[in-house]
Design a protein. Sequence first.
Length: 470
Amino acid sequence: MACMAFPEGFVYGGATAAYQCEGETLTHGKGKVAWDDFLAKQGRFSADPASDFYHQYPVDLDLCERFGINGIRISIAWSRIFPAGVGEPNPEGVAFYHRLFAACHEHGVEPFVTLHHFDTPAALFDQGDFLNRATIDAFVDYARFCFAEYADEVTYWFTFNEIWAVATNTYIEGTFPGGQQANLTLAFQCMHNMMLAHAKAVVAYKEAGYTGKIGVVQSLEGKYPFDENDAGDIQAAKNEDVLQNQFILDATFRGDYAADTMEVVDRLVAIAGGSLDIRDDDLAIMRQAARLNDNLGINYYQSRFLKAYDGENDLHHNGTGEKGTDRFRLKGVGERVNKPGIPTTDWDWIIYPEGLFDLLVRIRLQYPNYKQIFITENGMGYKDEFKDGYIDDGPRIDYVREHLMAVLRAVEAGVNVGGYFLWSLMDMFSWTNGYNKRYGFFYVDFETQRRYPKASAYWFKRIAETGRLE
Ligand code: BGP
């Protein structure tokens, strides 16, 4: 096989998120998030102590250093800084992230910091989360505080993680706290309001004269018609593409919504009922931010094949790893189907690296003002087997290799990609799946909190050290 080199300065990273790894969810002055009660009520699993990153971060950063991982995605838990979302900061929380960022630098691991990873403080969540415009202002105040507090420690900022995931899991699939199903209107409104909050934070960052880089992390998927010659399937793919990809990409890079985007949005909102509140003032600040974004984070796991669908809504989330149980059929939007011959994970995620290549090239062509892209998450949920400290995660290695190949092909095609972060650095809590869905380079024994490098960690180390994919 050809030997392919990564660009100069490429970041070889691992990703984490505060609520999924820190533990100490209600201690050290941290305020509640909606997930705390939601998970307790569900009774399936808890995010305490998760991977105990609050205490184990020196161990994890040491592993990064030893395995050539020179970047880490970290999110700040908003409610650790402002327990009620607004008001007085919690000094213990503020100090924790100073210690964490200092340790990153001691180990030569660049922190890429996200301000919001699915964890709006409960006090704000209960008042409508981002559907309530007061949350936008609170977020921008929190962002300003973090920019000032950590200016000397953090160069790479992301405002939000996966605006689409918040919207779909809260208002379409109903798997997140406060979940509703098939409310496309609220999903679009949520995405618009979060993109407005992103824009305001970007403008605040740049106006204050900071010299670091700022952007947003979006979760994108390739959307393909099941039958390329079927007009209904083609339309279904377009519907899903606008819903998940194009609406937020327009918001990110244009600062408004193109006519062909709004044609689909208006049709889907008409099916769902209600109307959208998108104001001229919103678009003015979003257009300003669209010119200022430094980078886009893409989280890519899978693509979808769509068939036309006009039956009743029928949604079931596979949160157990029982293959073949996932269903997503949305009236007037489409039905997600598997394509024969294309592999899926135990959680029914379609493994399709070509989709990543297509998305990267598309962004370069459709949004030529993008500056740099980081693959901020990619990885494979897998039921890793622990055999006396040895974890052979060959399928994960294959998955990552194929996706890195797609990245390198896109780079060759002229796309500026600055780095790749595996989801996840070490095993951690999965929001709707708990602990048997593992993703890490490092196996975590959740009883003892000991870490064990998996085969994929050794494999990735060689890539990070040589800068080449063999
Ligand atoms: C992304 C999230 C992560 C992570 C990952 C894997 O959407 O940003 O937080 O959880 O997906 O998803 P899951 O845990 O549902 O398998």
